[in-house]
Design a protein around this ligand. Structure first.
Ligand SMILES: C[S@@+](CC[C@H](N)C(=O)[O-])C[C@H]1O[C@@H](n2cnc3c(N)ncnc32)[C@H](O)[C@@H]1O
Length: 583
């Protein structure tokens, strides 16, 4: 697929906020007609205009507006449009209400002379009462060096360590927070990644420390036209008075915002902020549920998956269409003697046991089930069939892909080993381990598991299916717009696992039940053995764990509109095409 150069709009992260969101943020952030407002990247001015209208509605005069509302914008054309809109609602004095230039340089100019960076916490200087914005989402490689430098400097001042994964929106949030006075309110549109991905972990901790009260509003549907980005509204108060904490609220779509009264919103339960980098998806649970999970995690008879297994990524071939073939392709090219068994997709694994018989079924269904395993020798020394096939691959330019290119011999795939079990990397309904009785390996769409004690294989595979482990998988993993839960290997090793009495479970029987009756029948058995008898949890507690799993699972799966858009994007990008080839 040819990579198009990013558009100018994309490079400056120029996607504008729908009016309903702009108005909502302004209404929440502006508490009085004296509120001093900053819009750090105002674009053509949708949020700025919403803020001005809100202030006017609360009684600010046209003369007062230009003293109260300040904007910053890098792009001069956009700034000119914003200025025009601004002038419709305000009497402009000589002073320029929209600063032209980089927001980070603007912050440094404003904050440094006040010595604010020296003691960030309690500024005695009057800054802004509200910062309202929708920062640009620009990846590191497109983030202009001259803006990135001051941006990263500001993050370092906040004790954070920016790196190549840092997207521009992260320092925008940090710098915006610093522009607030000690009672200030931050109202921002941010990518939903804030809730869960590792690269925003530091930001989560910073926000928990810097603000007293945080509210997050998420949507089940995409709210921006033209972009796939799933967003969250971040509403943070430095000192909102009363009890501090965090709450997460999920709405259907943008239309729900208009009718959403702040009073209802304020009634939603606040949960204690735990000042760590823990994922924020847990805050969709009630305080009781969060407390229960934290308590149950400390149960002395619980192990962690990492205690009994090592989870590793599957094989990265760098070019599956060259290395992972079906029987027809193998036969056509005479490659029968140079293959290993492989599972190429998690959908090819049924139940929790992958047997010889299942592998044979995959072959008979013509699924790509053979991994080409080249000897570690030069091209000239390869058997003629392999040599011809390598030449064919080179004609297709398959050796030029990054992963292949960096190998000493592009056709020798490293780290080909056979795991004891597989673990789903991308989970739809529930996570599972699948015992590997067919001695196959797998591609990196599936994780490879090695048990620390091989005699525990069956017991652990069976015990993995329980409501407690399922609930924690939802909290520990991360989900994307498509509704899939993804577990990275290090996350997959951090799942609590109840193993006490697990020897009473029969993996083969559970496998058969799972295929015939489905997961709930299996959970009835495993939960009673492991959670009730094994851990001594009450039936109510077990039901609670089941509900936590279901609640978080349904939340991610139900974001259907998001899934639909993403799906159509995947289809049009042609990522999953099956290519048949011959020499
Ligand atoms: C996502 S748009 C949002 C615009 C506006 N806040 C809204 O919500 O409609 C981001 C804006 O940030 C501007 N921008 C990008 N980098 C910037 C920087 N370093 N300083 C100030 N503005 C910047 C872009 O030109 C763009 O107008």
């Amino acid at each position: 697929m040819s990579k198009e150069a990013p558009s100018y709009q994309k490079l400056r992260g120029g996607y504008y906020t729908p009016q309903a969101i702009a108005e909502f943020l302004a209404r929440w952030a502006i508490q009085s007609p004296q509120t001093k407002v900053l819009e750090p990247s105002c674009g053509d001015g949708s949020i700025l205009t919403a803020a001005i209208k809100e202030l006017r509605a609360q009684g600010a005069t046209k003369q007062q507006i230009s003293e109260l509302v300040k904007g910053v914008e890098l792009d001069n054309e956009e700034r000119a449009k914003a200025l025009q809109r601004y002038a419709q609602f305000a009497t402009l004095k000589n002073e320029n209400p929209i600063h032209s230039g980089d927001f980070f340089a603007f912050c440094q100019q404003n904050l440094e002379p006040r010595g604010l960076f020296a003691g960030l916490k309690d500024s005695e200087y009057p800054l802004f009462d509200a910062v309202i914005g929708n920062p640009p989402f620009i990846r590191y490689q497109n983030f202009a060096e001259e803006h990135r430098r001051p941006a990263f400097e500001i993050m370092r001042r906040a004790g954070m360590s920016p790196n190549r994964l840092t997207n521009s929106w992260v320092p925008f949030i940090v710098a915006s927070a610093f522009m607030l006075n000690e009672k200030g309110r931050l109202a921002m549109v941010v990518p939903a990644e804030l809730l869960q991905v590792n690269y925003s972990a530091e930001l989560r901790r910073f926000l928990s420390d810097y603000f007293n009260k945080i509210s997050l509003i998420t949507f089940r549907q995409l709210v921006f036209d033209g972009i796939q980005q799933e967003v969250v509204l971040l509403l943070a108060e430095r000192n909102g008075g009363g009890q501090g904490g965090i709450r997460a609220i999920e709405l259907g779509g943008i239309e729900d915002l208009a009718s959403y009264a702040y009073n209802d919103f304020a009634k939603r339960e606040l949960k204690p902020l735990d000042h760590s980098s823990e994922k924020w998806t847990q805050y969709f649970l009630s305080k009781k549920e969060i407390d229960f999970l934290r308590a149950v995690k400390k149960h002395p008879d619980l192990k962690l998956t990492g205690d009994v297994m090592e989870v590793d990524v599957g094989i990265v071939t760098g070019q599956n269409q060259f290395f992972v073939l079906n029987r027809e392709q193998i036969v056509q090219n005479g490659l029968q003697d140079f293959t290993q068994r492989i599972v190429s997709r998690s959908g090819h694994l049924k139940g929790i046991v992958f047997s010889e018989h299942d592998y044979a079924d995959n072959i008979n269904s013509n699924l790509p089930s053979f991994l080409l395993d080249f000897p570690q020798v030069d091209l000239n020394e390869l058997p003629p069939e392999l040599k011809a096939y390598v030449r064919f691959g080179e004609e297709q330019a398959w050796h030029t892909g990054f992963k292949c290119r960096i190998r000493q011999r592009w056709y020798v795939v490293p780290s080909v080993w056979t795991p004891d079990a597989f673990m789903l990397r991308q989970v739809h309904a529930y996570p599972k381990l699948i015992l590997n009785q067919a001695r196959a390996t797998c591609t990196d769409t599936i994780h490879r598991v090695r048990f620390r004690q091989s005699q525990e294989k069956k017991v652990v595979t069976a015990a993995f299916l329980n409501s407690l482990t399922f609930a924690f998988a939802e909290v520990v993993g991360r989900s994307y717009g498509g509704g899939v839960l993804e577990l990275e290997p290090n996350e997959a090793e951090k799942l609590p696992l109840p193993l006490h009495l697990a020897v009473q479970l029969d993996a083969d029987e559970l496998h058969a039940q799972l295929i015939k009756q489905g997961i709930y029948t299996v959970l009835e058995i495993t939960d009673q053995t492991l959670l009730s008898k094994g851990l001594g949890l009450s039936q109510r507690e077990i039901k609670g764990l089941r509900q936590i799993w279901e609640k978080l699972r349904d939340r991610r799966i139900n974001r259907k509109a998001v899934a639909k858009v993403k799906e159509s994007r995947i289809k049009t990008s042609g990522g999953a095409m099956v290519v048949s080839r011959s020499l």
